[in-house]
Design a binder for this molecule. Sequence first.
Ligand code: DGL
Length: 241
Amino acid sequence: MIGIFDSGIGGVTIFREILKSIPKGHFIYYSDSINNPYGDKSKEEILTILDNIVTKLIDMGCLIIVIACNTASSIGVSYLRKKYPQILFIATEPAYKMVHDYNPQGKTLVMATRGTIESEKFLELYHKYDNHNTILLPCIGLAELIENNGNVSEYLNKILGQYKNIDNVVLGCTHYPLIKTEIKKVLSNVTFYDGAKGVTKELLRVLKKYNLNYEFAKLEIHFIDSSQNKFKEKIFWELLQ
Ligand code: DGL
């Protein structure tokens, strides 16, 4: 059983990419919407939340856990790997390396939560691939708006309006690929980069390395939402289509 979690439905942007490669896997998707947003919480709060989710997923039989959240990954993956050495954790990170690989000269905007942008793990990645033409933009409150179906366009006009001639946009939060259309309305012709393909590739590599069976007779997906909001489940299945 493969566990996948995020602070809500954003992790679906990772999960649907995983399903293209593992169409008959057995998955549990844990949407922790009651604790959304993670991005503005302290490290201690996030680690407590992660312990709680990981313990639940282990109890349900997950040996491999995909952290489909940039914030939780950048703040908590080293802690989790140390505390639960029997579990294989796959982390998500802002796809800044892809800019380096595909368009290093381009003017780049990294959008992520404050927690991700201020994390040591992200700053290490940023300094490694810095193209000296990058703006780091903490989007405080954006994941929460997306999660709760708020007025995203108004928010984007306010925070993105000042950025002109951007070529690359790194979507450093798994909720953000859900609003590409709205971002394009403000920034026009930009190229997006997100972590979904990278996570899927790493998951497959780890499954093969440890010889774990991930293809069954049919696809099984078990959905859990921590706020027990039925509406979340409806959105989840719609987004997965
Ligand atoms: N989807 C998240 C991420 O990738 C979490 C956003 C939040 O809860 O603040 O960072």
